[in-house]
Design a binder for this molecule. Structure first.
Ligand code: B12
Ligand code: SF4
Length: 461
């Protein structure tokens, strides 16, 4: 049977650039002769709301989409929009409809999926994306009211497998990365099919998106790698992607050249968990860009790595690196060790200075409330900001959310954590409660306001 697949992403997600998830899935399937239609309903809505409402896509307003009451009261995704989107999807007569689920688009996605299901047109509904895995991990199996199967983690091979079952008129079987529900029992494998050589993935296709609608013109996302080499105890990303895999320099340069030619792109946002997971790759990439005189800008996230010397960072800047956001998290060595960060505070100081000297004022991410953080540790984080404020362009403050399958979650009992949900947890000695974390975040924001150009949102507040 010739299969038609529709892939959908609902609001609210970042409107700056097209969604890399759908772009990758589309080309992967298209290469296997599967017809795919993409709907970025996020950008559709962003583009059509009047300017006053566009701020609902700012990160400070994520909460308006994360909280059900607030989501209902903003009522942006209303009856008539849902009807229109359902109509657009059904018009393509797909056999499979895949939704990309993120924390900020859960309510709009479930609403749309519910309406589609009510149509009972035989299309199978599949959920993938980070929030699918997270909800599954938290035991929130209510999502099966709307979906026929869930894809956990990397999506390409699992989605292709589901399509193969359906095109052969078979039921969707539980398999690597695929979870199904049968007679109220969840079936899935605790193993994952990862693409081992990510150079073999076709380059993402952006023809399927209305590029003129995205906020950042002349920019596209790009990845050097999938996964992370770090083992941070709080991190869901490393759980999600399982294994670090890096592309070759040739492959990345080929994509950059193609995208520049095809879409008139000058800058790439690196959507990697970290740009420096493979330092040798990064070094060779920079050498190639410089020696071939490729005009390109790029920016993204990095981990603290003592190999980021001033000389190395200068080379990165010459090769077009415009901004680096470091996941630093804490100024306390004790907390860094508890988090399983494998660097010390003096290395943080050195790298921030090196980056500044190389010509970039980096951003830094700080996380408050890791179990074991006490007032003294918090003060050390404030000190870190005071020492380095002049070298830093912005600080992003978050408080620890305990996500499923992370080390903290798995060891929550041993760590004396009284866990209600990702945000509402406390240590049994009450030294670490939601109120204490929020209060520290506010105090840290005051320090940041004094010593740094810009302070970003508090995630989770
Ligand atoms: C780059 C990035 C950003 C960028 C831009 C994001 C963008 N949409 O353009 C910026 C900095 C703006 C950003 C902001 C935020 N981000 Co962010 N971000 C990322 C990051 C590092 C990369 C995303 C990416 O492109 N990955 C590469 C693509 C190919 O992977 P993918 O999108 O996951 O898709 C694959 C699979 O998930 C799956 N899949 C996806 N959809 C579907 C659908 C189907 C049907 C199937 C079968 C499979 C499938 O297959 C795809 C291909 O393998 C991820 C972490 C990571 N390493 O993935 C976090 C991540 C997406 N961000 C996250 C968060 C929490 C945020 C913020 C809320 C942070 C904050 N507090 O401000 C904001 C929210 C902004 C918003 N409303 O969208 C979380 C989301 C968690 C969740 N449960 O939803 C992630 C996963 C990080 C984490 N904590 O684990 N982010
Ligand atoms: S370095 Fe970042 S992405 Fe990697 S495990 Fe640590 S927190 Fe996660």
């Amino acid at each position: 049977m010739k299969i038609k697949v529709v892939l959908v992403i609902c609001p609210q997600v970042n409107p700056d650039r097209p969604p890399l998830s759908l772009a990758y899935l589309t080309t992967y399937l298209a290469k296997r002769n599967i017809e795919v239609v993409c709907f970025d309903f996020n950008i559709d809505l962003y583009f059509r709301v009047d300017d006053k409402k566009k701020n609902l896509w700012d990160s400070q307003c994520d909460i308006d989409w994360l909280d059900e009451n607030r989501y209902n009261s903003i009522n942006l995704v209303n009856e008539s929009i849902i009807r229109e989107w359902v109509g657009q999807i059904c018009q393509t007569s797909p056999q499979i409809i895949g939704f990309s689920l993120l924390s900020t688009n859960v309510y709009s996605t479930l609403r749309l999926a519910k309406e589609i299901k009510a149509k009972n047109n035989g299309a199978r509904i599949i959920f993938g994306g980070p929030e699918t895995y997270r909800l599954f991990g938290l035991g929130n199996y209510g999502i099966f009211d709307y979906a026929d199967a869930l894809v956990l983690g990397e999506g390409e091979e699992s989605l292709y497998k589901i399509i193969s079952y359906i095109s052969n008129d078979k039921k969707i079987e539980p398999a690597e990365g695929i979870v199904v529900k049968e007679n109220d029992i969840l079936l899935g494998y605790d193993r994952f099919n990862l693409i081992s050589n990510i150079d073999e993935m076709p380059f993402p296709d952006y023809d399927v998106f209305p590029l003129y609608k995205y906020k950042e013109k002349g920019q596209l996302p790009l990845i050097f790698s999938r996964g992370c080499i770090g083992r941070c105890a709080f991190c869901f990303e490393r759980v999600y992607w399982k294994r670090f895999r890096c592309r070759s320099v040739d492959n990345v340069i080929e994509e950059i050249e193609l995208m520049k030619r095809k879409y008139n792109i000058w800058c790439f946002s690196l959507n990697d968990s970290l740009m420096n997971g493979n330092i040798r790759f990064l070094s060779e990439f920079c050498d190639r860009v410089i020696s071939e005189g490729i005009q390109v800008g790029w920016w993204g996230m990095a981990r603290i790595d003592s190999r980021m010397t001033e000389e190395f960072l200068i080379k990165m800047v010459k090769a077009g690196c415009k901004q680096i956001a470091y996941g630093i998290e804490s100024g306390s060595q004790k907390v860094l060790n508890l988090m399983h960060k494998d660097y010390d505070v003096s290395t943080i100081d050195r790298i921030l200075l090196n980056t500044y000297r190389a010509g970039i004022k980096p951003g830094i991410n700080l996380m408050l409330g890791f179990p074991g953080e006490e007032e003294e540790d918090f003060q050390q984080t404030c000190e870190l900001v005071k020492r380095n404020g002049q070298y830093v362009s912005y600080v992003n403050i978050s408080i620890l959310g305990i996500e499923p399958f992370t080390d903290v979650y798995e060891n929550r009992i041993k760590m004396n954590i009284d866990f209600k949900d990702a945000t509402n947890w406390k240590t049994r000695d009450r030294k670490n409660t939601y109120q204490i974390r929020i209060e520290r975040a506010k105090r840290l924001a005051e320090v940041v306001n004094k010593y740094v150009e810009k302070v970003f949102n508090f995630a989770n507040t």
